[in-house]
Write a protein that binds this ligand. Structure first.
Ligand code: GLV
Ligand code: MN
Ligand code: MN
Length: 421
């Protein structure tokens, strides 16, 4: 019965897509038109409203906390036992895919429907969570809602974060009607599970339908601004320029070259990316005077992340001197690499065997709210394949058969966790 989940995902695939087209298969994807529903936008509200209505339909008690995290709870027969929480996020990157986050939320709803249909009686309470601002595409830091839930970021700090328009998270949540009053922590929660697309090529390449995540990558972001001298492209002699974009290109090359070297020499899983670049004033006949950019560094080994970060900061100093520009780096922001719960990993493993689905243990190169949850409760993740390993892009896709397998493993996992003494 994947059809209800499929219908929900197809229904929500239009939110944040221009034009708002329902997408049912890979052939219908437009490589230029993904979904854009950052936290606090009308499109983010649309998909949140849809999820809330689905949760209410199946009898869940829905509550919203002060930073817009949504909870849908089903009490268990043993109320005093630690809650099993599960879910994901509904915000997206700019021009991303329809499954990142949404699969974990609507998959969680489908899992509860299946348990209800079977008349399954959970002992531990079951609670779906939809996290605010996982992507960091509107409000930095990423994993914002789970950072507050896990007590790593205060409510006030979170609500004062601003998006590119200067709007605070508090105002944005008020605007979409998701600034709730619930104050929720994790003291009563014992387990957390998140189903998600892999967002990388491994499961697809190996033809394995379900991945069980053991480690989640660490992430360092270094936002920086390069200040040069804006000037006439025709009259400014080459040796008299302070070209901010040329300096930026050296930084981009350095990060890429050094990450490649680390992979080759250390056999590490290091990745380094510059994915954000704003050039000012961005005119063909003007020497660029200012560039804003962001460096993203990841590895499951913290020492590799730190060493690439330190080398990048040193290279930035050298590049500053070489081009006579002024480079202002903001304080690097990091999520530490995370080991997920071996207990939950083995519950997922056993659950997959019960429903006869092949799995593979693996690491996640993408960040997830599970890493914040893992700091407080026993957390695990279930991955399903991403076709051609593509994600954070319009061609992100997961086959419906794999989604069915993922939700079977999730449902069985939740049943097993909820019955633990
Ligand atoms: C979030 O999806 C990230 O990995 O940046
Ligand atoms: Mn995600
Ligand atoms: Mn993502």
């Amino acid at each position: 019965m994947v059809n209800r989940l499929k219908a929900d995902l197809i229904e929500t695939s239009r939110f944040g897509r221009t034009p708002p087209k329902r997408t049912e298969g890979y052939d219908q994807l437009d490589p230029e038109k993904g979904v854009t529903r950052p936290t606090g936008t009308e499109e983010n509200k649309q998909i949140r409203d849809f999820a809330v209505s689905r949760m209410k339909e199946i009898g869940l008690e829905v509550k919203i906390d002060k930073v817009g995290n949504i909870f849908g709870r089903k009490e268990g027969s043993k109320r005093n036992k630690g809650t099993v929480m599960f879910g994901s996020h509904l915000d997206s990157v700019i021009n991303g895919g329809m499954f990142d986050g949404a699969l974990g939320v609507f998959g969680a709803i489908e899992a509860v429907r299946r348990m209800n249909d079977e008349g399954f009686e959970n002992k531990r309470p079951l609670e779906i969570v939809v996290f605010t601002g996982e992507e960091g595409s509107a409000f930095i830091p990423s994993l914002l809602g789970s950072s507050v839930l896990a007590g790593k970021l205060s409510v006030d700090e979170a609500l004062s974060k601003k998006n590119a328009m200067g709007q605070t998270l508090g105002k944005a949540l008020e605007y979409i009607g998701y600034k709730g009053s619930l104050e929720r922590g994790l003291d009563d929660v014992e387990y957390f599970a998140e189903m998600h697309i892999e967002q990388g090529p491994i499961l697809d390449k190996e033809g394995i339908p379900v991945g069980i995540v053991e480690n989640i990558t660490g992430i360092i972001w270094i936002p920086l601004t390069i200040l040069g001298q804006e000037n006439h492209a025709g009259t400014t002699p080459m040796r008299m320029r302070k070209d901010a974009l040329v300096a930026a290109s050296d930084i981009i090359s350095f990060v890429n070259k050094r990450a490649n070297e680390m992979v080759e020499k250390l056999g590490s899983s290091t990745v380094g990316t510059v994915g954000r670049l704003n050039v000012f004033p961005n005119g063909i006949n003007i020497v660029p005077g200012k560039v804003e950019m962001g460096i993203d560094i990841r590895d499951v080994a913290p020492q590799n992340m730190e060493s690439l970060k330190n080398e990048a900061l040193k290279a930035i100093k050298d590049i500053e001197n070489k081009y006579g520009v002024d480079i202002r780096t903001e304080l690097p922001f990091r999520h530490i690499p995370t080991v997920l719960s071996s207990e939950v990993v083995s519950v997922i493993d056993n659950s997959a065997s019960q429903v006869d689905i092949m799995t593979k243990r693996m690491n996640s190169g993408a960040g997830h709210d599970s890493q914040n949850m893992a700091g407080k409760v026993k957390a695990g993740m279930i991955f399903v394949p991403s076709v051609n390993g593509i994600s954070h892009a319009p061609l992100e896709w997961t086959n419906w058969e794999d989604i069915e397998k993922g939700v079977q493993v999730l449902t069985q996992t939740l049943k097993n966790l909820s019955q633990l003494n």
